[in-house]
Design a protein around this ligand. Structure first.
Ligand code: S3P
Length: 387
């Protein structure tokens, strides 16, 4: 396995012109890309190479920069067509030879049909290991015994490489295979047999996959969003929490709820140290609850016991936004009343004095340039790589 490269997407459609009632593979690529495909496989066990080459080359031109095209079985066709890689079966070129043909940058996957074979394949110079069939498949009836979810779990336990499953996977089983540890599912019949059209079907399969993969992130651990006032923790938090299928907790709101007044009032009436005690207690309580995305107030990590608790119970992400942006956001009309914002020089000093504290977070996310949905996508991608 070659380290450091993930899969482009959890859904990996495979062309099938006969099933789709199309004259060529190229006629199917646009629909897949419109449905959100980031990679796809062109597969044809019938037509001769001389006929397939111009068709595959067109697929690659259509997909250029939008999706990666992998050619089934034939490294020579992949090279000649300008494809991103090849998917090898048991009787095709060995992975090492295909790698020599296609070079370092190509994406190469291999088919396997048992957890043991998947484990051996993961030692080859490949980018993913495909395992199947998981369920009986109308596309390849009877070729191998279906492995079921149990077989998949056994393979997952042995293979750290990206694992693609194939065989009889549909909308409900997609969620099951991803929960059982697959990183992606290759789909043929499910895509081309859909009454609503391949693009629409693909889109809904992708939505399912993203939700399930989000649920799989950071099991048993909280995700803590940390950073200075105005970093965008409370905006980003709900987006990330939804994608991870877990609740979002804003520590400031929890404190206000317990205090029965706003933080500004709490500071005014009881002083900062009272607020800090309540903040620490509240953090203790919420961290004992079920796994969540928790945004922390800018000073919540000031207390050593809170830092230890956060390190013990989750993964922390520092939303690092430029100081000018933090100041602008905090001073914007309608921004929440922040008691520590009164004096501009003190605000800047506080920021400088805290950067070291934030930098101790597990991850740092540059939070200045991107809109919240894009930032959430970037964070989720980083979390996926944490495994
Ligand atoms: C504070 C930040 C605020 C809030 C309180 C104190 C701080 O939270 O907890 O006003 O010490 O930086 P936000 O960072 O969410 O604004």
């Amino acid at each position: 396995m070659r380290p450091g490269r993930g899969l482009p997407s959890p859904v990996y459609p495979i062309t099938d012109p006969a099933r789709a009632g199309a004259a060529s593979h190229a006629a199917l690529v646009g629909e897949l890309i419109a449905g959100g495909a980031r990679w796809l496989q062109v597969r044809d066990k019938v037509r001769p190479a001389a006929e397939l080459l111009p068709d595959y080359a067109r697929c690659c031109r259509i997909a250029r920069r939008r999706a990666r095209v992998l050619v089934n079985d034939r490294a020579d066709l992949a090279l000649a067509a300008g494809a991103a890689g090849v998917h090898l079966g048991e009787e095709d070129l060995p992975a090492e030879a295909a790698r020599r043909v296609l070079g370092r940058r190509a994406m190469i996957g291999v088919s396997t049909h048992s957890p043991e074979a998947a484990e051996s394949a993961a030692r080859l110079p490949v980018d993913y290991v495909a395992l199947g069939p998981i369920f009986p498949s109308p596309a390849k009836p009877g070729a191998h015994t279906p492995l079921g979810l149990e077989g998949l779990r056994r393979a997952r336990a042995r293979v750290a490489a990206p694992l693609v499953v194939i065989g009889g996977i549909g909308p409900t089983t997609l969620a099951e295979v991803l929960r059982a540890g697959a990183d992606a599912a290759a789909l043929i019949s499910e895509v081309w047999g859909a009454p609503e059209g391949a693009g629409a079907r693909l889109r809904s399969l992708l939505a399912t996959a993203r939700r399930v993969l989000g649920e799989r992130l950071l099991p048993g651990r909280h995700l803590y969003l940390v950073g200075f006032m105005g970093a965008g923790k409370s905006t980003l938090g709900p987006l990330v929490a939804t994608a991870m299928g877990r609740p979002f907790i804003d520590l400031d709101l929890e404190v206000e709820h317990r205090a029965g007044c706003t933080i500004a009032d709490l500071f005014a009436r009881r002083g900062e140290s009272f607020f800090r005690t309540l903040e620490r207690q509240t953090l203790g309580e919420v961290s004992r609850g079920r796994e969540a995305v928790i945004s922390l107030g800018g000073g919540a990590l000031g207390a050593a016991p809170s830092r230890a608790l956060v390190a013990r119970s989750g993964v922390s992400v520092w939303l690092d936004a430029p100081f000018s942006l933090l100041r602008r956001r905090c001073q914007a009309p309608g921004a929440p009343g922040r008691p520590l914002l009164q004096d501009a020089a003190a605000f800047a000093r506080l920021y400088r004095s805290r950067r070291r504290m934030y930098a101790a977070a597990d991850l740092r996310l540059a939070a200045g340039a991107l809109e919240p949905p894009a930032l959430a996508g970037r964070l989720l991608a980083r979390l996926r790589r944490l495994r």
